[in-house]
Design a protein around this ligand. Structure first.
Ligand SMILES: Nc1ncnc2c1ncn2[C@@H]1O[C@H](COP(=O)(O)OP(=O)(O)O)[C@@H](O)[C@H]1O
Ligand SMILES: [Mg+2]
Length: 291
C-alpha cells in the first residue's frame, strides 16, 4: 500500500524557486531517504509533508487522502527536527507525553504510553531527568520517543544525527533503523550524508537544486548513477574519458589511454565518461560508466 504520495511539488521563497516539481512515494513501512547537498530543498519538502509549509503547486497524499492544505495538528505525522526542539524546562517524561496531553489523553494512559515509548528507545528509568542532564544521543532518543508516542502514520526525521559525534552517530543509525522496523512505521529521513542514506534506506531520493536527480534502491543508485552528480555525490569516484566500441563478436569494450575493459552496457558507441570507484563493479548509464 502507498502510504505517502508527493505529487509535482513546487515552492518559491522570495522569488527563488526552491522545489521544482518533486514527486515520490513511500510504501507502508518503507524507509525513504531524501539525500542531497545543503540548500537543495530537503527540509522544505519535509515541512510541506507535515504541513508547516504549503506548496505553491502540487499535492501531498497520506493513505490516499489529500492533506496538502490541512493544518499540521490535523495530520497524524511525527517529526524529529535537527536540533531536537525539546522543551528544556520539562523533564523527559513531560517532553514525551506533551503531544498526548494536548490531545487530552487520560493521565494513566499517558504514563503507560510514555513508559512504552521510552522502553522502545532504551531510556527506561530516565522519566524524571531534566533535558539539560542528557547527552546529545539521549536527547535524540527523547525526541524520537516524543514523535512515536502519538502513533503517527508517518515519521519524518530531518538530519536527526547531524549534531552527534561519529561513534554515537553510527550507533544511532542502527538504532533508528531497528526501531523503525520494529514499529513498522513509514519513515522519511533527510540527510546530506551519502553513507548514512546508503546504509539505512529502502529507497533513496537524490535531490539537487530543488529537483530529483535520481530515485531508487541504494544499491542501484550507487552502482547505476544516472549522472556525474549522482556518481560524485554517492561516493568519491575518479572520472575518466573513454571510448565505447562494439567488437565484431558483439561484445562491448570501453577504453582510454593505456586502459581497456569489457562492459555489458546498453549505451551506444562513442565517447563516454567512466567513473572508477574502489569497487570493481562495472556499469554504464547515460553515456556514463562506473567501475
Ligand atoms: N522560510 C524560508 N524563507 C526563505 N527562504 C527559505 C525558507 N526556507 C528555506 N529557504 C531557502 O530554501 C532553500 C532550501 O532550503 P532547505 O529546504 O532548508 O534546504 P536543505 O534542507 O536541503 O538544506 C535554501 O536556499 C533556503 O535558504
Ligand atoms: Mg535542511
Amino acid at each position: 500500500m502507498i502510504k505517502l504520495k508527493v505529487e509535482e511539488i513546487y515552492k518559491t521563497f522570495d522569488g527563488k524557486e526552491v522545489l521544482k516539481g518533486i514527486s515520490f512515494q513511500a510504501k507502508e513501512g518503507e524507509f525513504v531517504s531524501l539525500l542531497g547537498p545543503s540548500g537543495c530543498g530537503k527540509s522544505t519538502m519535509l515541512r510541506i509533508i507535515c504541513g508547516l509549509e504549503t506548496p505553491d503547486k502540487g499535492n501531498v497524499m497520506v493513505s490516499g487522502q489529500t492533506v496538502t492544505y490541512q493544518k499540521p495538528e490535523k495530520r497524524n505525522i511525527g517529526m524529529v527536527f535537527q536540533n531536537y526542539a525539546l522543551f528544556p524546562s520539562m523533564n523527559v517524561e513531560k517532553n514525551v507525553g506533551y503531544g498526548l496531553k494536548m490531545k487530552h489523553v487520560p493521565k494513566d494512559e499517558i504514563a503507560k504510553r510514555v513508559s512504552g515509548a521510552l522502553e522502545l528507545v532504551h531510556l527506561s528509568g530516565y522519566e524524571k531527568r531534566p533535558i539539560s542532564k542528557l547527552s546529545g544521543g539521549e536527547q535524540q532518543r527523547v525526541a524520537l520517543a516524543r514523535a512515536l508516542v502519538v502513533k503517527p502514520d508517518i515519521l519524518l526525521l530531518d538530519e536527526p544525527l547531524s549534531a552527534l559525534d561519529r561513534k554515537i552517530r553510527g550507533e544511532m543509525q542502527a538504532e533508528i533503523r531497528n526501531i523503525q522496523q520494529k514499529v513498522g512505521i513509514t519513515t522519511i529521513f533527510v540527510t546530506h550524508d551519502q553513507e548514512e542514506a546508503l546504509t539505512m534506506s529502502d529507497k533513496i531520493i537524490l535531490m539537487n537544486g530543488g529537483k530529483i536527480e535520481q530515485a531508487g534502491e541504494p544499491w542501484n543508485i550507487y552502482n547505476r548513477p544516472a549522472s556525474v552528480f549522482a556518481s560524485d555525490f554517492l561516493g568519491k569516484a575518479n572520472l575518466l574519458k573513454g571510448m565505447l566500441r562494439t567488437m565484431p563478436d558483439g561484445r562491448k569494450v570501453v577504453s582510454g589511454r593505456g586502459w581497456s575493459f569489457p562492459t555489458n552496457t546498453k549505451e551506444e558507441d562513442g565517447e563516454v565518461q567512466v567513473a572508477v570507484r574502489k569497487w570493481s563493479v562495472l556499469c554504464l548509464v547515460k553515456r556514463f560508466i562506473l567501475q
